[in-house]
Design a protein around this ligand. Structure first.
Ligand code: FES
Length: 102
């Protein structure tokens, strides 16, 4: 298995389907986005400081290491966001749009 998290219990909850960078993935109802993503892969996102990948740290909304984005550009804190059917997650930060104040 090529995932960071391995589910050991509560495997009878309803399945939830979502995508990570266009790749189909499956989690279970009630998972956080972080659990869903690390159950489907090794990391959450690219680092903004280098080539490393990030996988969260505190798992409780304090460290800000688990930011990912929806396909629509919404920033999501993976450890405090519940997974939902049809979510489309992006692991590279979309290009920032700066307002032009002329
Ligand atoms: S893992 Fe620390 S804020 Fe989400």
């Amino acid at each position: 298995m090529n995932s960071r998290f391995v589910r050991l219990a509560e495997s009878s909850r309803a399945p939830v389907h979502f995508t990570i960078d266009g790749r189909a993935a499956e989690a279970l109802e009630g998972d956080t986005l972080l659990v869903a993503m690390l159950g489907a892969g090794r990391s959450l996102r690219s680092s903004e400081f280098g080539d490393d990948r990030r996988a969260g740290f505190c798992l409780m909304g304090a460290c800000q290491d688990c930011w990912v984005w929806s396909a629509q550009g919404q920033r999501l804190r993976a450890c405090t966001t519940p997974i939902a059917e049809g979510m489309q997650i992006v692991t590279e930060q979309t290009e920032a749009v700066w307002l032009n104040h002329e």
